[in-house]
Design a protein around this ligand. Structure first.
Ligand SMILES: NC(=O)c1ccc[n+]([C@@H]2O[C@H](COP(=O)([O-])OP(=O)(O)OC[C@H]3O[C@@H](n4cnc5c(N)ncnc54)[C@H](O)[C@@H]3O)[C@@H](O)[C@H]2O)c1
Length: 359
């Protein structure tokens, strides 16, 4: 395995899990930043430490895990795919339809498979919720919310549109929309209305402490992305989806809620996605019908278990020819909704006074 982009995600999520996995070996690590290379080079005997992903080859790695800033996802992953190197690409897989098209072409022309990072699909509680969806009858509505108390990523690029593509919607919202597809299958939306706000993103106290990012002191408080997105979507099938995602809020804890409302009952999951330590215990799953709330037993699992599962699944995904094209197809549906949420929010902002509108 090669790991491309040696920042927080590589150091905290991927490298420790790859090192601990009995069937996987890290053969190369890549980052243009000397400091990032130095931070992982310790104890990396036999591992090639490279500055440019162009130095990777199919002989050096069977798969590259790509965890670079969002704006470089499609160019870095696309170039690797074209050279025949399979890629596991962090979310958001793409920032536009144009980038999705480029990834699809690169996957086809290079003959190497693209696998998308999809943490929520590997959570035991989300898997249990999916089994429960069969009991709700005809699905009418999906409620998705991931609201943090204080969880704005402090690295400079994450809150700059030019490098992140957008704010919390592309970050946490991508996970929620991926969860929607996992629970209900592909949905085509006829209607999308949304609003975005930015009340917290420039407050130092709203930063995600667990990331331990060093903010750029030279450019403080200059975010130009939303910290909150609220949207209401209606699919051509009549199913509606409400979604709220916030990097920061007035809440005391970080909470994720996924509710599936159907003709025969409601399945509701309360939990906390991600690594935030500011969580209220574990996950709870209930089924409600005719006024009776029935708790559904869940196995407690440690924070981050969904990432262990993604690493365990890598070899199988690489060997499975049915994976080809799947990641891009799912990413296209997700980026379609995200683009339409931003369009609707921009229309709403257009109707407001200039001083009320985000930069
Ligand atoms: N799945 C998850 O839960 C999860 C969690 C955190 C981050 N992420 C995703 O992982 C990605 C990285 O996030 P992060 O928090 O590690 O960011 P980060 O800023 O900490 O690290 C990014 C690293 O990529 C390097 N880089 C930049 N351009 C590069 C290039 N062309 N080739 C190789 N390396 C390059 C940078 O020097 C930096 O070291 C983001 O897309 C983010 O959305 C996913």
């Amino acid at each position: 395995m090669a790991v491309v982009g040696l920042g927080w995600a590589a150091r905290t999520i991927w490298l420790p899990r790859l090192a601990a996995h009995p069937a996987l070996t890290v053969t190369a690590v890549v980052d243009p930043s000397p400091a990032a290379r130095a931070a992982v080079a310790d104890g990396a005997a036999g591992v090639r430490v490279l500055a440019d992903p162009g130095e990777l080859s199919p002989e050096l790695a069977d798969l590259a895990i790509v965890a670079v800033p969002n704006h470089a996802h499609s160019s870095v992953a696309g170039a690797l795919l074209r050279r025949g190197i399979p890629v596991f690409l962090e979310k958001p897989v793409c920032l536009s339809h144009t980038e999705a098209d480029e990834l699809a072409r690169a996957e086809r022309e290079g003959g190497a498979v693209l696998v998308a990072g999809s943490a929520a699909r590997c959570r035991a509680d989300v898997l249990a919720l999916r089994r429960l969806v069969e009991s709700v009858g005809d699905v009418r509505h999906l409620r998705l919310a991931w609201v943090r108390a204080n969880g704005v990523p402090g690295t400079d690029w994450f809150t700059r549109r030019s490098q992140a593509g957008g704010g919390v919607l592309l970050d946490l919202g991508w996970h929620l929309l991926d969860t929607a597809q996992f629970l209900l299958g592909p949905l085509e939306f006829d209607q999308v209305v949304a609003a975005t706000t930015h009340d917290f993103v420039n407050r130092r106290a709203a930063r995600a402490v667990w990331r331990e990012d060093e903010p750029d002191a030279a450019r403080p408080e200059a975010a130009d992305v939303e910290d909150t997105a609220r949207a209401f979507l209606v699919a051509d099938s009549g199913v509606s989806v409400s979604m709220r995602t916030s990097w920061a809020s007035h809440a005391a804890h970080d909470r994720t809620t996924v509710e599936v409302h159907g003709s025969a009952g409601t399945a509701a999951l309360g939990c906390t996605f991600g690594f935030s330590p500011n969580r209220l215990g574990g996950s709870s799953l209930t089924f409600t019908q005719d006024g009776r709330v029935t708790p559904v037993a869940l196995d407690e699992e440690p924070v981050g278990a969904e990432y262990d599962r993604q690493v365990d699944a890598l070899a199988g995904l690489l060997a499975d020819p049915a994976q080809r094209g799947k990641a891009v197809a799912a990413a296209r549906r997700t980026i379609d909704v995200i683009e339409r949420i931003y369009e609707s929010a921009a229309r709403a902002a257009g109707a407001r006074k200039p001083e009320e509108v985000p930069a």
